[in-house]
Write a protein that binds this ligand. Structure first.
Ligand code: FES
Length: 78
């Protein structure tokens, strides 16, 4: 599988309402940190996340986190 594109070397901090989100794993989406279907043909798929309560989420945008889809500070070593 190809390496994901580094969309940004820093997280996206978002206030999320309950519901489902589709995190972009390929790094190609223009709507980071969410999937916009730009992954088609790449072998990557979005990660479906169920948000059960309103909360702040720190989404990975470098796409290399060991705790995808959440930021684990890996972007600092890229
Ligand atoms: Fe990146 Fe869908 S656009 S996973």
């Amino acid at each position: 599988m190809d390496e994901p594109v580094i969309a940004h070397k820093g997280p996206a901090v978002r206030e999320e309402e309950p519901g489902y989100r589709f995190w972009c794993s390929c790094g190609r989406s223009k709507k980071q940190p969410y999937c916009d279907s730009s992954h088609k043909g790449t072998g990557f798929s979005p990660v479906k996340v169920h948000i059960t309560e309103k909360k702040t989420v720190t989404w990975c945008q470098c796409k290399h986190s060991k705790n995808k889809p959440f930021c684990d500070e890996t972007h600092k070593s890229l």
